[in-house]
Design a protein around this ligand. Structure first.
Ligand SMILES: *Cc1c(COP(=O)(O)O)cnc(C)c1O
Length: 398
């Protein structure tokens, strides 16, 4: 039996937090920690961001929820902001990333049916992560998280990431394809970055075949990679884009945005959500967007990210146990030569909260609002911990 009446779905560290401020979290024993991944790219504006807290407080005293059976002015306002930022035409609001992707998947399927394709399929990538609902789990390219949940859904075709030829091959052999769903930078899947040429060719291929290009920007969106959405950095425009994580800075909200023909797929009754886009969630997200715009936080993500990568490269590039340092804006990976789960408790003991994805990739997703000093502190702390770990590890190996 677990010690708490909670389902056994998470491996948790023995630590609980009581409060937070900016890059810092404080545990129940009064210890202070630097958070290098902000609740997995959620608190992009830092913990308890004052403007977001104020917006939530004010709205909570006015109206929390009223259902989508009525007009919600804040939802329309947030939709307009997101359309202005993205170049999309309209939005569906959900409460999470997986639900935003469910909306995208449903748009693709219905788009197929409207074109007369009875059994539409969606091309998805190796090592993708799109969520834990049955459709998004099926779309994800990770057999570990799928194991035990078969039968998965049909209608997904998997190809290697950054490999345009394999998609061209599918185009030739499979007339049921209606869309491609892809993360511009794979977050959970080890921080693989789509190449510029690949994204350009993918956009062209989708146009030639009348497929929807659907980008999962649940993690890369909201300024993190240097532009509001990562695709702007690639100079392409998708037909559908989803986001969530950083959108509410901790208040749950997700969005599925669509353009052109994809924006016309849904009609009343085709999709819905009880909570999605309620006044409280929209007030939080409006405060987030306002700050990203006025404080130019996307630009700031590029500056801070370059600074952090520079320090990491100067100090770690020659180390044999570091195989790669890469990233875009404040989405940075330090890839190690072996799976290194022991790094997490080691960092924690040194007052640093880190995340390791794909077993050997330290994934940095810090707050876009941090100071230059905090960025240096983060990078230098990571260097110190990796060196300490490597020294320890080599000692053990001898
Ligand atoms: C986290 C994540 C999801 C799932 O979001 P949830 O809010 O956990 O449902 C989907 N796609 C990507 C790229 C993510 O990083």
């Amino acid at each position: 039996m677990a010690e708490q009446p909670l389902m056994n779905t998470y491996g948790r560290l023995p630590i609980a937090f009581e409060s937070g401020e900016g890059c810092w979290l404080f545990d129940t024993d009064g210890n202070k920690y630097f958070d290098t991944f902000t609740g997995i790219a959620v608190c992009g504006l830092g913990h308890t961001n004052p403007a977001v807290t104020r917006a939530i407080r004010n709205q909570a005293g006015r109206l929390v929820h009223c259902s989508n059976l009525y007009h919600i002015p804040l939802q329309a306002q947030l939709g307009q902001e997101l359309c202005n930022l993205s170049g999309m035409d309209n939005v569906f609001f959900s409460n999470s990333g997986a639900e935003a992707n469910e909306a995208a998947i449903k748009i693709a399927k219905r788009y197929g049916h409207q074109k007369g394709i009875d059994s539409p399929s969606i091309i998805v990538m190796d090592n993708a992560f799109h969520g834990r609902t049955m459709a998004t789990l099926t779309a994800s390219g990770n057999s570990k998280i799928q194991a035990g949940f078969e039968p998965l859904l049909s209608g997904f075709i998997r190809v290697p990431f950054n490999d345009i030829q394999s998609i061209e091959d599918v185009a030739k052999s499979n007339p049921s394809v209606v869309a491609v769903l892809i993360e511009p930078i794979q977050g959970e899947g080890g921080l693989s970055i789509a190449e510029q040429q690949y994204m350009t060719s993918l956009r062209a291929l989708c146009d030639q075949n009348d497929w929807l290009l659907m980008l999962d920007e649940v993690q890369t969106g909201n300024g993190r990679t240097g532009t509001y959405f990562a695709y702007s950095g690639y100079n392409i425009v998708p037909d559908v884009v989803t986001t969530a994580k950083g959108l509410g800075n901790g208040f749950p909200i997700g969005a599925c945005l669509a353009k052109g023909k994809a924006a016309e797929v849904f009609s009343p009754g085709a999709h819905g959500s009880t909570f999605g886009g309620n006044p409280l969630a929209c007030a939080a997200a409006l405060a987030v967007i306002d700050q990203i715009k006025t404080e130019k936080l996307a630009q700031r993500a590029t500056e801070l990210g370059n600074k952090i990568q520079q320090i990491l490269k100067d100090n770690l590039e020659s180390a044999s146990y570091v195989t790669d340092i890469r990233g875009k804006g404040l989405m940075i990976a330090v890839e190690l030569d072996t799976p290194s789960p022991e790094l997490v408790p080691l960092a924690k003991a040194a007052g640093l909260l880190i995340n390791i994805t794909s077993e050997k990739v330290i994934r940095l997703l810090p707050a876009l609002t941090m100071t230059d000093e905090e960025a240096s502190f983060l990078a230098e702390s990571i260097v110190k911990i990796i060196k300490l770990y490597a020294a320890d590890d080599r000692k053990k190996a001898r």
